[in-house]
Design a protein around this ligand. Sequence first.
Ligand SMILES: [Zn+2]
Length: 395
Amino acid sequence: MEIVSNFDGGAIEVIELRENGELDLALRHDTNAPDFRQWFCFQLLGARGKACKLSIVNAGQATYPDAFEDYRACASYDGRRWFRVPTSFDGERLVIEHTPRTMTVTYAYFAPFSFERHQKLLKRARRAPWAMVRELGRSVEDRPISLVVVGEESEDKLSIWVIARQHPGETMAEWFMEGLLDRLLDEDEPLLQSLLGRAVFYLVPSMNPDGGVHGNLRANAAGMNLNRAWLEPTAETSPEVLCVREEMERIGVDLFLDVHGDERNPYCFLAGCEGNPSYGERLRFLENLFEQSLLEHNSDFQDEYGYDRDEPGGGDLRTAGNWVGERFDCLAYTVEMPFKDNANAPDEENGWSPERSMHLGHSALDAIVDSLDALRGDAVFDGEQTQESQVSEDG
Ligand SMILES: [Zn+2]
């Protein structure tokens, strides 16, 4: 038997492999970031038909140990079709019990989204005559930070920004992005023509390609949590954020989604900008509009469970959602999907999956379309206008 993890997105340490199928493994920490330790992805070779017990012995020292409660590991025989395998956690060891049906099986914290698949996604975008790919800058390790632009750019149009995988181990975020792009690149998509007459999409499918390749949960190659770098990004430690922020300043932002996965919560949910200094009625209205539309369009989405709401003024402006919302006075949401499953609609075989992530990305386009009319200006406040918005509408 052999464990292999020296591939794109791979991460595990081998402690001991015993012939009886009892394997002791350990989580390793993110590159230059000893505090982040959760993602794993590795292949087990030569164990076909053997009842294996894979113990990750330091799971209790993970960044979010409680995230392993009610969690089941993901497995695949071909790297395409992923399913869940029996997993238990006693507070210290995460134990995967599985009898592989083939000589090679991959286990992962969640279905990986490889750099190769990322490049294929960009290639598809380049082929569509109404889309293009721009390189905004380079990561710490010199990988391109690619922006997919969908629609003909014009200052009159609304600028819709969606970014994913600031936290590289939250691979469901790029699956979401693929689902969204599937619609935007489909010439038979009925909404496409009218939509692209009014809006341009700016999509960053992978904010942290270095972290993805290294198999990190949250950090980039410099050990930075990019979703705490938006207030003061630097060329040395967070060039990925710096180049995206510069492009946003150049173009403007009318709607922003920052897509993530949540280790603990078994739900899909949104986190808004209620803690921002300039948050008010207009943004509250827009948030509600978007959220209600997503509820209508996707049965996995819900608005009951999520993060505690920020106190007024308590928003963390180092995060993308808060920073963009404040800087551009726009609708800005952090989108969260589960690593485990949707507890409202559990799937015994697959748990939360790439397919469901893609479907949520697909539905996000409907919520974006439903919000477009309201993004700029105050005309939408009919019936419940505040004094302030009345004044600006008239003026
Ligand atoms: Zn995240």
